[in-house]
Design a protein. Structure first.
Length: 284
């Protein structure tokens, strides 16, 4: 594996999207609305994240020894769901089409795939071309080399390993979103420590609790879940590599802006939250 791709992953979709901290700017609202099939159920989950932190220290680091996760609440009249409701079986044809469309987007072409998540990412590439160029450069820059790298599967395998280290699965959209949020926060906040093992565990528990209350994260069909999960995984992996290989403060600034803007699409402003071992909390 070459040096550029040997860095840790920086991904994506995740579960603590902070509804109370959504940007009021119309551009951010438009991106969130465009991604509605993805985030239609994230709001309740997100709101519970905020409520759990009211009165907490925004940057309190860790649970005390012996602390237990909050018990799962009753689902009421709704049928309880599990994490498996966000699991999909990857289809090679979906991956191939997605890779081609993402290669288009990374190299300044119009994507051939119509997917809300990709439209949001591509819109950010148009707004912030330095961000797009930084990511594409990790794969060689031109479309042929970018596509070959994507089709090789090495980025996807790297992301899978990153998630597996924390008991996550790249075949579960909830796990991918949680991971994207943790790793995206790390890039936006100047590459701060990237292990965050406790945060991975608590966010998965929070998502499980939310699903058990009958609050679905998304109504996407499985093939659309696969597309969204693979996109966030690719962006995260490339952003982590680009951060490590950035040649100037300006390039890192564009990476922070780009990742933060993509975070807006799932309802989180990484600059306005702290990541603690108990999840995300508003900065004071």
């Amino acid at each position: 594996m070459d040096r550029r791709m040997a860095t840790h992953t920086t991904v994506t979709v995740g579960a603590a999207a902070l509804a109370l901290l959504l940007l009021a700017a119309s551009s951010g609202e438009a991106r969130a609305q465009d991604n509605a099939p993805l985030i239609d159920g994230v709001g309740a989950y997100t709101h519970s994240q905020i409520m759990r932190h009211r009165g907490d220290e925004a940057a309190t680091p860790a649970n005390k020894a012996g602390d237990k996760p909050a018990p799962t609440q009753r689902a009421g009249k709704r049928a309880p769901l599990g994490l498996d409701s966000l699991t999909f079986s990857p289809t090679p044809t979906v991956t191939k089409a997605l890779n081609a469309a993402f290669a288009d987007s990374l190299t300044g072409r119009r994507p051939t795939l119509d997917h809300a998540t990709l439209r949001g990412i591509d819109a950010e590439f148009v707004r912030n071309p330095r961000f797009r160029e930084s990511l594409a450069r990790q794969l060689g820059g031109d479309r042929e080399r970018v596509l070959l790298a994507l089709q090789s599967g090495r980025l996807q395998a790297q992301f899978q390993r990153r998630l597996a280290e924390h008991g996550y699965s790249s075949r579960n959209l909830g796990d991918v979103i949680n991971a994207f949020m943790i790793d995206g926060w790390t890039v936006v906040n100047d590459g701060a420590r990237s292990d965050h093992g406790a945060a991975f565990a608590v966010l998965r528990q929070r998502l499980s609790d939310s699903l058990a209350r009958g609050e679905p994260m998304t109504t996407m069909e499985r093939s659309r879940m696969q597309e969204a999960a693979e996109l966030y995984g690719l962006v995260a992996t490339l952003a982590a590599a680009a951060w490590q290989n950035a040649s100037s403060p300006a390039e890192r600034a564009s990476l922070r802006d780009g990742v933060n803007a993509i975070g807006h699409g799932i309802g989180i402003d990484f600059r306005r939250v702290a990541l603690t071992d108990r999840g995300f909390a508003p900065r004071r």
